[in-house]
Design a protein around this ligand. Structure first.
Ligand code: GRF
Length: 202
């Protein structure tokens, strides 16, 4: 089986990365992780990758004068690793339009809300402040606009009375770990693709 060569971009603890590593460890999973890239040298996710024997690269955005220059350096690493597809997993950098356009249709993100609700930061605080009874998570294609782009998969998660941002985050995270591998499987099997600005499901 030819597996989809996937790079995962992280900035932190990498629990979604771990879910992807575990899924890719299954012999019949249609994707493999060829690179874990971080803009933060001591991101715990890099440790997870090393433990799994996956190549890693870390380049600090602070070493570059512009967003474009950093994105070009990152792109060079992705090309070197022969990555065909990118999963953003807690990657805390805005991407330049040039980079996103180059990878259009081949880059996805996971966000801890039911988009288009609650974009940006402090997502669970936003959900609790809004008083919603249901939140969740979304895997979506990346477009230049932040936390936008066609949805691939979503899972609903109840908001319980007395939830704090932390308790809600923990419940949503469990769902994230289910839908991210499921979405990557769909993509790698060609069951979803991006056409213009729409996700097309086979
Ligand atoms: C997740 O909640 C993800 O949805 C968001 O950032 C968080 C990353 O967590 N984009 P982790 O590093 O995967 O544990």
């Amino acid at each position: 089986m030819t597996k989809l060569k996937t790079a995962v971009l992280i900035s932190g603890r990498g629990s979604n990365l771990q879910a992807l590593i575990d899924a890719c460890g299954q012999p019949d999973f249609p994707a493999e992780i060829v690179l874990v890239f971080s803009n933060v040298a001591d991101a715990y996710g890099l440790e997870r990758a090393r433990k799994a024997g996956i190549p890693t690269a870390a380049i600090s955005h602070r070493d570059f004068a512009t967003r474009d220059a950093f994105d070009m350096a990152m792109d060079a690493k992705l090309t070197e690793a022969k990555a065909e597809f990118i999963c953003l997993a807690g990657f805390m950098r805005l991407l330049s339009a040039t980079f996103v356009r180059k990878w259009q249709g081949r880059i996805v993100n996971i966000h801890p809300s039911l988009l288009p609700a609650f974009k940006g930061m402090h997502v669970h605080e936003q959900a609790i402040a809004a008083g919603v009874k249901v939140s969740g998570c979304t895997v979506h294609y990346v477009i230049p606009e932040l936390d936008s782009g066609p949805t691939i998969l979503q899972e609903k998660v109840p908001v319980q009375p007395g939830d704090t941002a932390d308790t809600l985050a923990a419940r949503v995270l469990e769902a994230e770990h289910r839908i991210y591998p499921a979405a990557l499987k769909m993509i790698a099997e060609g069951r979803v693709r991006l056409e213009q600005d729409r996700a097309i499901f086979a």
